[in-house]
Design a protein around this ligand. Structure first.
Ligand code: ADP
Ligand code: TRP
Length: 343
C-alpha cells in the first residue's frame, strides 16, 4: 500500500496548507529500561536525532508497554519513563519538528497487537532470537515477552511507517513485522504499508570499559547523564594492555580511542590516532577522553537539569504527542476494523 498523506505536524507548504511530499515516514522506538550509556547515545539516539529533518517525517515513541516485559517495579518504571523523555529532550530532540509520545498513551497499539496476533503464526515467533536470548539471560518467559514482536509490528504498522532505523539486534523484529503485514494484507486486502528496516551499519558497536560491547547487562557502561564522578570513574577505569607510558599504541585495538573517536570528526580522529602511535600514555589518553566527554555533554546536562524542573512542560509535550499520534493511529484502526469485519 502506498503511504497516505501526512496527517500530523507535516511540512507546512503554501499558505499554511499541509502538503504531502514524497518524504519518508520514519519511526523509532526506545525502551525506557534504565540509565542511558554512550552505546545508546552513539548507536541509537544520535543517529535518530540526525534523521530528523525537513525531508522526513519522524516519529519517536517511548516503548513503555514493551518495558513491562522486563521492568516490573512500578516505581522504577515511572522513573525510567520520565527519564527517557528527559534524555531525549536534553539530547536535542525538538518536539516542534518531530513527534514524541509514550506508547501506553495510545491504546491503539495494544488493540492492533491483539488483531495482528490472530494472524501471526506461533512458529514465526518461535524463531525470534531476541526472545531466546532474553530467556537465557533469566528474564521470565511470559506470554508478553514471547509476543513482543507482535506489539512491535503494531507500533510500526499503526503509523504506516516506511522506514524503521534499528540496530542489528532488532532487524529480525522488523522482518517479522513485514511477514505479519503481508499475511494480513493477503487475508484481508491491502491495509498496511510494508516497512523497510534501515540498519544503522555506519555505527560501529561502541565498546564498554572492558572492551566488550557496551551494555547495561555487562556492567561496563559509561553513563550519559547522572553523577559526573561515576562517569569519571568509568572512563579512568577503561581496560588497557600492559604497554609502557611512552610505547607506541595501536589505536584500533584501544577502547579508549574507539570511544573518543565517536566524538571527533574524521580528521580529528586521524590526528588522535597519530598521537597514540607516537606514544600517548593511556593515562593521558583517558584524561583527554574525559575532557571531551565533559565538554560535549555539558550543554545537554545543563538542559536536562533545567527540564527536570519543568514537570508541566514534560507533561504537555507528552500529551500533545499522544494526541497527534492518536489521530494517525485512530485512522489506521478504522481501516483495520473495517477490513476484519469489526465494523
Ligand atoms: P543494552 O545493551 O544496554 O541493554 P539496549 O538493548 O537497551 O542496550 O539498546 C538500546 C539501543 O541502543 C539499541 O538501538 C541498540 O542498538 C543501541 N545500543 C546499545 N548498546 C550499544 C552499543 N554498545 N553500541 C552501539 N549501539 C548500542
Ligand atoms: N524493541 C526495540 C528495542 O528494544 C524498541 C521498539 C519497540 C521499537 N517498538 C519499536 C523500535 C518499533 C523500532 C520500532 O530497542
Amino acid at each position: 500500500m502506498a503511504a497516505p498523506p501526512s496527517s500530523f505536524g507535516g511540512r507546512v507548504g503554501d499558505g499554511g496548507v499541509t502538503r504531502y511530499t514524497p518524504a519518508m515516514r520514519v519511526l523509532s522506538g526506545i525502551q525506557p529500561s534504565g540509565q542511558l550509556h554512550l552505546g545508546n547515545y552513539f548507536g541509537s539516539i544520535r543517529p535518530n536525532l540526525e534523521s530528523v529533518g525537513d525531508k522526513n517525517e519522524s516519529i519517536f515513541f517511548i516503548a513503555d508497554l514493551h518495558a513491562l516485559t522486563t521492568v516490573q517495579d512500578p516505581k522504577e518504571l515511572r522513573e525510567f519513563r520520565r527519564e527517557a523523555l528527559l534524555d531525549y529532550l536534553a539530547c536535542g530532540f525538538d518536539p516542534d519538528k518531530a513527534l514524541i509520545f509514550f506508547q501506553s498513551d495510545v491504546p491503539e497499539h495494544a488493540e492492533l497487537m491483539w488483531i495482528l496476533s490472530t494472524v501471526t503464526p506461533v512458529g514465526l515467533l518461535e524463531r525470534a532470537v531476541s526472545y531466546k536470548e532474553k530467556v537465557e539471560k533469566g528474564i521470565s518467559a511470559s506470554a508478553g515477552l514471547f509476543a513482543y514482536p507482535v506489539l512491535m509490528a503494531a507500533d510500526i504498522l499503526l503509523y504506516d511507517s516506511e522506514r524503521v532505523p534499528v540496530g542489528k539486534d532488532q532487524k529480525q523484529h522488523v522482518e517479522i513485522t513485514r511477514d505479519i503485514a503481508m499475511k494480513f494484507n493477503n487475508l484481508y486486502g491491502d491495509t498496511f504499508v510494508i516497512p523497510e528496516p534501515v540498519i544503522r551499519a555506519e555505527v560501529a558497536v561502541v565498546p564498554g570499559t572492558d572492551g566488550q560491547k557496551m551494555s547495561k547487562s555487562y556492567g561496563n557502561t559509561i553513563p550519559l547523564f547522572g553523577d559526573e564522578a561515576k562517569a569519571k570513574k568509568a572512563i579512568m577505569g577503561i581496560a588497557t594492555d600492559s604497554k609502557g607510558a611512552q610505547d607506541p599504541k595501536d589505536p584500533k585495538t584501544s577502547p579508549i580511542f574507539q570511544i573518543h573517536a565517536l566524538f571527533l570528526s574524521k580528521t580529528g580522529a586521524e590526528e588522535l590516532a597519530g598521537e597514540y602511535r607516537a606514544g600517548l600514555s593511556y593515562g593521558d589518553a583517558k584524561k583527554r577522553l574525559l575532557e571531551t566527554y565533559l565538554e560535549v555533554f555539558a550543554p545537554m546536562r545543563k538542559k536536562r537539569e533545567e527540564l527536570a524542573k519543568k514537570p508541566k512542560f514534560l507533561e504537555d509535550v507528552a500529551a500533545e504527542g499522544a494526541a497527534k499520534a492518536r489521530a494517525v493511529a485512530g485512522k489506521t484502526m478504522d481501516r483495520v476494523r473495517k477490513a476484519v469485519g469489526l465494523r
